[in-house]
Ligand binder design. Sequence first.
Ligand code: ATP
Ligand code: ZN
Length: 226
Amino acid sequence: VPAARDRLRIAIQKSGRLGEPARALLASCGLSWRESRDKLFCYGETLPVDLLLVRDDDIPGLLADGVCDYGIVGRNVLEEFAAERAGGGKPAVSKEIRPLGFGGCRLDIAVPDAWEWEGPQQLQGKRIATSYPGLLAKWLAEQQVEAGVVMLSGSVEIAPRLGQADVICDLVSSGATLVANQLKPAVTIMQSEAVLAGPLQPFSDIRGELAQMLLRRLDGVLRLKD
Ligand code: ATP
Ligand code: ZN
């Protein structure tokens, strides 16, 4: 059990697609911080709510270890972490608290343009390149399809052209990257967006009240954005 703390700590992406909108959303909840944005740690001024600026991939682990109380991260990253834990027989440690309405994308299976897509069974025995092995394995099991999973941490979309894989399972927003690589979306495994991730159970110390206040403000801001 992590030690009691009297400040809330929220992990957000340092740069990338979610960093700036995450910070802006928290600022619109009335938070402000002392450090400049290139620092790793931002000390909360208006409220005792601090930010940790990190790589998005590290956010679920920081939550799991109790280093941070909340995180703003893509559902895809949060669910991949949970799927990998579940695959290893480990219980969930955090959950999605709110969808945040930005960073929208899909985790799609994409196949070569020349394929006539007939459904998931077509993937039987094929090699699928992805950065999301946990989510892909879970989906394949649900579809009762056996396929090879080729784990790549980046440049997944060129794997078919390189002969590393037959198809890919990757994040898609506009689809331009797929087109550039002679691929087309075939089926969506997950709809994703940025989410507020947090603990399974409410905090039993002062962070509980802080968290409630933050969520009330967040809900007000999100309602206005709709
Ligand atoms: P980091 O340096 O923090 O590891 P990254 O390169 O892994 O950054 P980004 O490319 O900034 O991450 O993507 C962060 C999140 O943005 C993704 O996990 C996803 O939830 C969301 N996203 C929205 N659209 C896209 C897209 N077209 N491609 C990739 N991610 C997208
Ligand atoms: Zn990342």
